[in-house]
Ligand binder design. Structure first.
Ligand code: G4P
Length: 528
């Protein structure tokens, strides 16, 4: 499809692809990320991304806890150019304890690559992340990885994707052999073959019986393969762009990230099929990416990326217009102007000052606590982007401060941590100590470590009698007040001073809901 650009903004938008990789741990996300960046020439050395298991240190390797546990706590973004396009790859933490971060990051992408281990198929975390993508109709390209190892039958894998995710599949390539016999892929649309040992040149063949194709496999596998490929060409669904863009159909690629095979076809497909930056819904209207005035929203805050500078970086997705270095923007939440003096782009190992950025780009905005998750920046317009959600925490703990003289400092530090999305903080209305809520237990460790390291605040956690937390709203303000007054020991205020009801068990929550039918209890809240 040719896009006839009429303005520099429209041209820039048409070239951009902003995406994330979703997968279950160990499926090969890190390896694939490295290979994608190599294509973009963003890094010279494979291995640069890998901060885990004692690999080369990277910028994302910024925190002791991350190094110790071999997990990536941070979400970052990597920008690279390939084939005339600008790719923004948003990295997501692999560990499920940081799933809140991942969900927020998925609000900032236009497409996703789903990596599946060919031996294991759809695993729990892939499925969960897929569901988050589906909520926003994010188109998914599937990469079946590790074909160089023992793998399941490709028909089986496609069937599993269709059944467990209720997603149509359209294989674009087909593996020639598997495991030890894996020799390359067959492009089903164009009848081209790529060899595992040299993927730069694809050669044309005359269908499944072609001698050059069959010669790639051991003799005893040839007949079965010709039959399999014939069936794949005839019986399986062809790729169809509209279905993909609407999120109903996933094109499927087979390969081996470790062998850097299949990655070229994958990235070409991202360029060709994946949508350019899409319009973003704000409270009052849909903001189109090609509009001339700059808008954007913050989906991630990261502190201390560079331990020597103690800086805080807000990651903002630009939604429209052109962001230029030094421009003044309005922070809609406070109504105050803000100078974007040093917006940054990120690469695998480096960052650089962004002179300008367009819709789909993610820029890092250094700040000292001015920006928080969910913030909207504009050139003056009063709009707020929707859809950076907060999820009801699954673990609640009361904070025990070892030095009670530091209560005020703790309050400030907790406010900051909540604004960064490290944890959620709830202040009980009865004046008792703050309660922190998290989705995964590791978030508690991160909070404890950061309070000690950055604020000299040693803390401990105490259990609370609560296990469930829900945001409460009611159309009738007086009824809400009555509910709050009747339950003061179970009500707390969140960061935005909105009330939550905390219950000891699902039973007591249901009990209260039955008694107070007008009160709505929700487990998700959009940031305002
Ligand atoms: P993740 O980020 O999704 O958790 O996965 P990662 O890329 O770290 O890959 C997990 C393991 O799978 C790694 O091995 C990696 O080398 C291997 N792997 C990734 N892609 C392929 C592939 O296409 N083929 C094969 N055979 N292996 C692949 P590891 O031994 O756990 O780690 P390492 O010691 O090699 O770093």
């Amino acid at each position: 499809m040719t896009i006839h650009a009429t303005t520099p903004e429209a041209d820039a938008v048409a070239r951009r692809r902003t995406f994330a990789i979703i997968s279950h741990p160990d499926a090969g996300k890190t390896t694939l990320t490295e290979k994608l960046l190599l294509f973009g020439g963003a890094i010279q050395l494979a291995g640069a991304v890998k901060a885990k298991r004692g690999g080369a240190a990277t910028r994302s390797d910024w925190m002791g806890i991350e190094r110790e546990r071999g997990i990536s706590v941070v979400t970052s973004v990597m920008t690279f150019e390939y084939g005339g396009r600008v790719f923004n790859l948003l990295d997501t933490p692999g560990h499920e304890d940081f799933s809140e971060d991942t969900y927020r990051t998925l609000t900032a992408v236009d497409a996703a690559v789903m990596v599946i281990d060919a031996a294991k198929g759809i695993e729990a975390r892939t499925r969960k992340l897929f569901e988050v993508c589906r909520l926003r109709d994010i188109p998914i390209v599937t990469f079946v990885n590790k074909l160089d190892r023992e793998a399941r039958d490709p028909f089986d894998l496609l069937d599993e994707i269709e059944k467990t995710l209720a997603l149509d599949t359209a294989p674009v390539t087909w593996p020639i052999g598997r495991g030890r016999s894996f020799a390359g892929t067959y492009d089903l649309r164009r009848n081209l073959v790529r060899r595992l040992d040299d993927d730069t040149e694809a050669f044309a063949v005359n269908g499944p019986e072609d001698g050059r194709l069959l010669a790639m496999l051991p003799e005893h596998e040839r007949d079965a393969f010709a039959e399999e490929l014939g069936l794949a060409r005839e019986a399986l669904r062809p790729f169809e762009l509209a279905g993909f863009r609407e999120g109903h159909l996933t094109p499927v690629f087979f390969g081996s990230a470790l062998r850097n095979f299949g990655v070229r076809d994958l990235i070409d497909a991202m360029g060709e099929f994946a949508p350019p930056p899409r319009g973003q819904q704000a409270d009052t209207r849909l903001v189109e990416p090609t509009e001339p005035r700059m808008t954007g929203f913050v989906f991630k805050i990261q502190a201390n990326m560079d331990p020597n500078h103690r800086d805080r970086i807000a990651f903002m997705r630009v939604c429209s217009g052109r962001l230029t270095r030094g421009m003044k923007a309005k922070l809609v939440r406070t109504g105050k102007p803000m100078s974007l003096a040093a917006p940054q782009f990120f690469f695998a190992r480096d960052r650089a000052i962004a002179e300008e950025a367009f819709a789909g780009d993610v820029v890092g905005l250094p700040n000292h606590g001015t920006l928080r998750i969910g913030d909207t920046l504009t050139e003056g317009e009063e709009i707020v982007f929707r859809g950076v959600p907060s999820f009801a925490p699954e673990l609640l703990r009361r904070i025990k401060l070892t030095d009670p003289m530091k209560a005020k400092k703790l309050r400030e530090a907790l406010q900051q941590m909540a604004e960064e999305g490290v944890v959620q903080v709830f202040q009980p209305v009865d004046g008792s100590g703050a309660i922190v809520g998290v989705v995964g237990a590791l978030q508690l460790d991160v909070l404890k470590e950061r309070l000690a390291a950055e604020y000299s605040l040693p803390i401990d956690y105490e259990p609370t009698r609560f296990s469930i937390c829900r945001w409460i709203t009611c159309d009738d303000k007086l009824e809400l007040d009555r509910f709050v007054n009747a339950h003061t020991s179970s009500i707390a205020l969140d960061l935005d001073r909105e009330p939550v009801f905390m219950a000891a068990s699902a039973f007591s929550l249901t009990y209260e809901q039955e008694r107070w039918p007008e009160i709505r209890a929700s487990d998700v809240k959009d940031y305002q």
